[in-house]
Write a protein that binds this ligand. Structure first.
Ligand code: CP
Length: 304
């Protein structure tokens, strides 16, 4: 996604954050549209925020649960798409464990139908990357000077890939990857990030600290660390944050495992912007769906 597109989406999301629900234009931007939420992996934040975003913009939503759908009787993903398209769905929000599914569905879909990636494979969670970037911008607007430490299981994290892609596009240069050496990737978009196996080194002077969940579903059982030992070395506690910059904020994409990658005192503490990330996610997803359906995105068009 070009930097200008990211900036436009984030500016629109920022304006949407300021629009109270009762001020949404009538008819709202997505009135007459139908959005299907196709989730093949568990989700709370992404699925619910896409649903709320679609509803706030006036769309009808359909929740598709793979385990209870005819996929379980052998129907293909392509036939599922064609079936829902025939019912009038014109925007699909898709989460899938395999990379490339969203691109394939977009290729098969009718020209007026849009497909949004809601988390796919190990590398893509674009709307999470956007909401994380928006959250950072709201607290640390000088992106060229901000120091971002990402702590934990980075190599399996689609969140980390998408966040670093967006942040790098907008000019962030000080990105530190912190965790066990085998979890610190070297390929793009991480090639220019610094790597730290000692938490203290990675957090020194950091303005933004993003904790990540251990993605057990994407690793062999033998690779899983002992939770207590992991927490002792890499779990974020107030004591361990002492070397971060004054005013540093703590982020986590969720779902959190308290007492593993982050202590409750930090998750619920004054530095935490974790719930702001969730709030920002609704606005970002509103902006993304409006753009995909070629709807007006300026504030005036949204207001009554
Ligand atoms: N951050 C995120 O994708 O959370 P969910 O899995 O709950 O959607």
């Amino acid at each position: 996604m070009p930097a200008d597109t990211i900036r436009t989406l984030l500016a629109n999301a920022e304006r949407l954050l300021a629009v109270p629900g009762e001020a949404i234009a009538c008819p709202p931007a997505l009135a007459g549209h139908s959005v299907a939420l196709l989730f093949f992996e568990p989700s709370t934040r992404t699925r619910c925020s896409f649903e709320l975003a679609a509803k706030r913009l006036g769309a009808v939503t359909v929740n598709f649960h793979a385990a209870a759908a005819s996929i379980a009787k052998g129907e293909s993903l392509a036939d599922t798409l064609y079936t829902l398209e025939a019912m009038g769905v014109d925007l699909f929000v898709v989460r899938h464990r395999d990379s490339g599914v969203c691109a394939e569905l977009a290729r098969l879909a009718a020209p007026h139908v849009a497909v949004v990636n809601a988390g796919e494979g190990r590398r893509d969670h674009p709307t999470q990357g956007l909401l994380d970037t928006l959250t950072i911008l709201r607290h640390k607007p000088d992106l060229e000077r901000v120091r971002v430490a990402i702590v934990g299981d980075i190599v399996h994290s689609r969140v980390a890939y998408s966040a670093v892609t967006a942040l790098t596009a907008l000019g962030v240069t000080d990105i530190r990857l912190v965790g066990p050496a085998e979890w610190l990737p070297r390929d793009e978009p991480f090639a220019r990030a610094s790597r730290h196996t000692a938490l203290k080194d990675g957090l020194a002077g950091a303005d933004v600290i993003m904790a990540l969940r251990i993605q057990k579903e994407r690793m062999a059982a033998a690779e899983e660390p002992d939770s207590d030992r992991y927490f002792a070395r890499y779990g974020l506690t107030e004591d361990k944050l002492a070397g971060a910059a004054p005013g540093a904020v703590v982020m986590h994409p969720g779902p959190m495992n308290r007492g593993v990658e982050i202590a409750a005192e930090v998750a619920d503490g004054p530095r935490s912007v974790i719930r702001e990330q969730v709030t920002n996610g609704v606005a970002v997803r509103m902006a993304v769906m409006q753009r995909l359906l070629n709807k007006p995105t300026d504030t005036e068009a949204l207001l009554v």
